[in-house]
Each structure stands twice: as C-alpha cells, then as structure tokens.
Design a protein around this ligand. Structure first.
Ligand code: NAP
Length: 255
C-alpha cells in the first residue's frame, strides 16, 4: 500500500512526448521515479523534453524519434528501448492531431490523415509495445482520448470526434483481449487543455471566457491537470483498473 503511486524502476514510453500534454505527462512520470523514453517525429523537440525531465526530476530520460503511423518505425523504437532497458512497463500514447472541416465538404483525404495518426497510430503503438508486455506478462497502457470521444461537437470536429470514439473502443477491446496477458489498457479523456496548439484561446479573453463557462468548474484545463490521472492509471494503485476512460474535464461530461 505504501508508495502505491510511485513508478520507481518502471520504464515508460510516451509517444507525442513533445506535445503540450505529452510533455507534462512525461515529466509527471519522471517525478514519480520512472525512466522515461520520450518519442515523436522531431528529434530536436524530444531531446529538449528528455533534458528537462532528467534535470527537473532526476529520473533517467531518453529521446527516440518514431512515427506512429509507420509500424517499422515503432518497432525500431521498441527494439531500442528493450535493448537498453530490457523491458517496457508503461506506454502513454499522447500523440494526436485535429483537422477541422465543415462536414458537408469534409475532404476525405483529411479524414484519412486524422484516422492515420489518431486511430492507426494508437493501435500500432499498442500492438508493438503490447507484444513486449505480453512476454513480460505485465504492462499498463494509457491512450489519449478526449471528451470528444463520447460527446459530439460542432465546429468541424466530426472527424476528430470519430477518431476519439475509436480510441475509446480500441482501449476497451484491448483491455478485454489482453487482460489474460497481464496488460491493463485505459484512456484519458481531457476537455480543452491549453497547449501551444490551443493557446490562442487563452490569449483571447472573450473566447477563453466562453470555453471556461462551458466547464462546470469554470476554467480551462492545463497540461498539469492531466498528470495525476495518468500517474494513477500507470501505477500499482490502478492494479485492478482496465478498460476505463478517466475524463479530466472539470465536470464537463457529468452532464
Ligand atoms: N489540447 C487539448 O485541448 C486536448 C483535449 C483533448 C484531447 N487531446 C488529445 O491529447 C493528445 C495530445 O494533445 P496535445 O494538445 O498535447 O497535442 P500537440 O501539442 O499537438 O502534440 C501532439 C504530439 O504528437 C506528436 N505526433 C503527431 N503526429 C505524430 C506521428 N505521426 N508520430 C509520432 N508522433 C506524432 C507531435 O510531435 P511531432 O509533430 O514532432 O511528431 C506532438 O509531440 C492528442 O491525442 C489530443 O487529441 C488534446
């Protein structure tokens, strides 16, 4: 029971680890003692995050570039992690994207791009890391969904909502299929979080007030708000929790 949220001795891979939410999650895992492998396509940005993790948290951090839409790229990442550390205990899939398009004119090539990253990328990373976890007979995976995974939304978000709905059901299906292999699979469902991609909202007082008013707790989320739930899901404190999405949304999905 003591230290049930600590992650000492665990090896975590964070895809999208240079993103607004991914960086906060990677740091949070580091603060709890995990060795963190930060990944995205851009080596420079993940190098900076890995440096920050080791300096701020004292935990070991490594930056390895990979494209989640390319299975051989993920396989190389996983092979390198296993060669260096001998195992992968935690996978956090914090990569993702949105392309907003009016539904009457939705360009299907954009639809495909969204599904390529958010859905195929999530499944590919789960599959390749999942095989390592199967051989270890233990592991915890957290996929990034969104409140848009269970709530529709206007503003050109049909494609995004569809991909996040898919992430939620990949999470549930893998939780069932992989439970006998000792692998827990859960998801995080944030409401709007201020990141480099959404900071124009925080910078526009009227827009920020509109978004905040829609949240029962009356404010917009910050990347740091996401950390506690992910640490929990990755830790022994969640040893009997699988197939769940935790919505970190200031109460938005309670309605
Ligand atoms: N911010 C929000 O309000 C919010 C709300 C709900 C849910 N979410 C979800 O939370 C996750 C993170 O969001 P965020 O706001 O932190 O996004 P972000 O700042 O745009 O970061 C996305 C990350 O994904 C990486 N990435 C994109 N395509 C990739 C690919 N093909 N292979 C590997 N890495 C890739 C990016 O790095 P590179 O481009 O260098 O590869 C980046 O590190 C996403 O799934 C998003 O849908 C966000």
């Amino acid at each position: 029971m003591k230290d049930m949220f600590r992650l000492d001795g665990k090896v975590a891979v964070v895809t999208g680890g240079a993103g607004g939410i991914g960086e906060a999650l990677a740091l949070g895992l580091g603060y709890q003692g995990a060795t963190v492998v930060v990944s995205s396509r851009n080596q420079q940005t993940i190098d900076a995050v890995a440096e920050k993790i080791s300096t701020k948290t004292g935990s070991e951090a490594l930056a390895l570039a990979a494209d989640v839409t390319d299975e051989s790229s993920i396989q190389s990442l996983v092979d390198a992690v296993v060669e260096k550390y001998g195992k992968i205990d935690i996978l956090v899939n914090a990569m993702g994207m949105n392309i907003k398009r009016d539904a009457f004119d939705y360009p299907l090539e954009d639809w495909d791009k969204l599904f390529e990253v958010n859905v195929k990328g999530t499944m590919a990373a789960c599959k390749v890391v999942g095989r390592v976890m199967r051989d270890q007979h233990q592991g915890a995976i957290v996929n990034l969904s969104s409140v848009r995974g269970i709530r529709g939304y206007t503003g050109g978000n049909a494609g995004y909502c569809a991909t996040k709905g898919a992430v939620e059901l990949i999470t549930k299906a893998l939780a069932l299929e992989w439970a006998p292999s000792g692998i827990r699979v859960n998801a995080l469902g944030p409401a709007l979080v201020i990141t480099p991609g959404t900071k124009h909202i925080a910078e526009d007082p009227q827009l920020a007030a509109k978004y905040a008013a829609a949240v029962p707790m009356g404010r917009i989320g910050m990347p740091e708000d996401m950390v506690g739930a992910v640490v929990f899901l990755c830790s022994d404190a969640a040893s009997f929790v699988s197939g769940q999405t935790i919505y970190v949304d200031g109460g938005l999905t309670a309605a």
